[in-house]
Structure formats: structure tokens, C-alpha cells
Design a protein around this ligand. Sequence first.
Ligand SMILES: Nc1nc2c(ncn2[C@@H]2O[C@H](COP(=O)(O)OP(=O)(O)OP(=O)(O)O)[C@@H](O)[C@H]2O)c(=O)[nH]1
Length: 373
Amino acid sequence: MDIPDEPLAISVLTGFLGSGKTTLLKELLQHPDMDETAVIVNEFGEIGLDHLLVESSTEDIVLMNSGCLCCTVRGDLVETIRKLYKQRLIQEVPAFNRIVIETTGLADPAPILQTLMSDPFLSDRFRLDGVIVTVDAINGAETLTNHQESVKQAAVADRLLLTKTDLSQDKDFSDLLARLKDLNPTASVFKTAKGQIDPAQLFNAGLYNPETKSLDVQNWLKAEAFDNEHNHSHAHDHNNHGHGHDQGHDHGHHHHHGHDHSHDVNRHDDKVHAFCLTHDKPLDWDQLNSWVDMLITLYGSNLLRIKGLLNIEGDKNPIVIHGVQHVFHPPVMLENWPDSDRRSKIVFIVKDLKKEMFEDTFKAFMEQSEDLI
Ligand SMILES: Nc1nc2c(ncn2[C@@H]2O[C@H](COP(=O)(O)OP(=O)(O)OP(=O)(O)O)[C@@H](O)[C@H]2O)c(=O)[nH]1
């Protein structure tokens, strides 16, 4: 039996229909640094493995010359991962250390991430390393406007890949990049053409990098990306004025803005925005949990991504939390603070919810904890 010492990394590759996921995978599969990687795709046919050098293949697993495996989903994704893990244990397949899952272009990534985080078998053996999202440099803006899925995909990304940059005269992509930054200031953005990218740019996007044994919290949280937030949130607050009610669930397309806007009010990404809450004093862990529980219960499906670095009363070490919609990873205690800043910071990427609601309820819950003391 070959039992891994560390939880194996899982990366999720998503992106709208035709945005270049398969092209990227095809390139990645040939890269020598992709050895020890198992790629899960829906259909081998889509990647056209015939053109790649293949060492051996069975019905649902192909071993590439580069050392990586490619396998297809048979039925359920979780079942496929379990089976692959067991095959690795009994050395039926090479000892991969990472899985990359390609989702279909129309997939809402949140349920997939939730499954990966909440399935007991998987959460004991795997860590979610990051979400890689392809965005078509040519059609990306239109797709964001018209398709909620593509907005959700961009919102949960750790790595955003602008694809097909070779097809555009505009080498700047500033409008699309600004829009993506507005949706998700915490993701690292890369411009690519024809799937060309160093795999090292895509992986180890998570909190803990076993290769360097480091905790790259700052890069992960990117709280500093919100320094200019005031300008952004002003724009969003403006957009929200016209809604008859504020926090709530899916509003569909029923915008009733009472005044004109210079842009198309039906853009899907107007409803998604990111902000960072900071708090100076150490937090009461129980009250914080009650607040997060309340948010999950009332607004779970609108909480696209939450990441936090927390200063908890009575703990000298920082605690890291992160979640997608209704599911949170177990909190992680770090050995050290990343720098001298001891404030708690929580980054939210949300849909149809106002920052003020978070600020007000946070304050109310924390005041309760002060009353208890
Ligand atoms: N010129 C150019 N063409 C690209 C690039 N990336 C993808 N394409 C082309 O765009 C089309 C769609 O790319 P795919 O890689 O199949 O996209 P996908 O996201 O896997 O598509 P679905 O599986 O349908 O969701 C194909 O014809 C690719 O050859 C790129 O960077 N440059």
C-alpha cells in the first residue's frame, strides 16, 4: 500500500463553453512538470488524446508518456475520485499527487467545490488547492453579461486565465480585466494563448504549499487588493439603489432602477461584488461562528466565496477560514502571522448582498459578545 503522507491536491478547472479549457489541458498534459498529476475529464474524445504520446490505456484511464494520467468520469465525480485514490493505494496507477478536474462549461462550480469540501472520504484525503478559470479574451465580456454561470465561475477563481489573447488586436484587455478584478480581486490573472502556460503558475494556489512548506496567506487572501475598494464599492452601491429590496435571494432580471445608468443594467456581474471587512480588536470565536452560521443559513447560496484571516481572543496564532456557499473548510491555525498587522480580515465575494448588511450584523454579533463579558 502506498499511503500518501500529505493530503493530495485537487484543482478544479472551469470556464464557460468554448473558453479554452480543453486546449489548456491538451497543452498541460504534454508538460513534463505534469507528471504525478491525474486529470479527470468528461470524455477522452474531447481532448483528442490520439495526438499525444500515450503509454498505455484502459477503458477509463490513460497513462501519458509525460507521466500524468488522464481518466474519465464514470457516473459520479466523487466515485471516480475514490476509485482513482484506491487504485493509487494498491499501485494500480502511478502515485499521482494532484488531481485536476475539468468541469463542463455550463457548470456552476459552487456545488462541485462544496462536494469536494464536504465529502468525508475526500476531505480526509485531499485538499482543495484552487480553482482555475478560463475566460475567453474575445467573448468573455459578452459571456459575463449574459450568463450567470460564467460570473460565478470567475467569482470563485483563484487563477483567472485570459485565453485566446493571440486572436485579438487589443493586447491590453483593460475593460475585461477591470471587470474581472471587480468581480474577484483575490484571483491572480494570467494572459495565455493556445493553452501555453507554465503549470507552476496554476497550481499551489491554496493556503498551504507542501513544496515550500509555507503558508502563503497574503497571496491567497489578497486583502491589499481592496485598498482601492472604496471606488469600486461606490459604483456597486449605486447599482443597488434601484432594487426595491436589498439583501435577498435570486432576483432574476427584475431590475427596477429609478434612474439611468451609463451601462447595461442587466449585466450579470453587477450583482456580484467583492469586499473586505477588517476588525481591529480580537474576535470572540463563538460569536463569530454564530454570525457566520447566520450568514450561511440566510444567505448561503449568495456567499460565493469567503476567505478570512482572524485574530481570535485568547489565541496568539491566526486562524484561517474559508468557505463556498453553505460549506466551510475546517478552520486552520497558522504558526505565525504573515506580518505585523494583527487585524482580522475577511474577504467576501457575494451575489445580491450589500456590504452594509455584513457590517451591521457583524457589529451586532460582536457587541453581543462584549455584553457577555
Ligand atoms: N487561437 C486560439 N484559439 C483557441 C485558444 N484557446 C482555445 N481556442 C479554440 O477555441 C475553441 C474552443 O476551445 P476549447 O479548448 O475546446 O474550449 P472548451 O472550454 O474546452 O470548450 P467546451 O468543452 O465546449 O466547454 C477551439 O476551436 C480551440 O481551438 C487560443 O488561445 N487561441
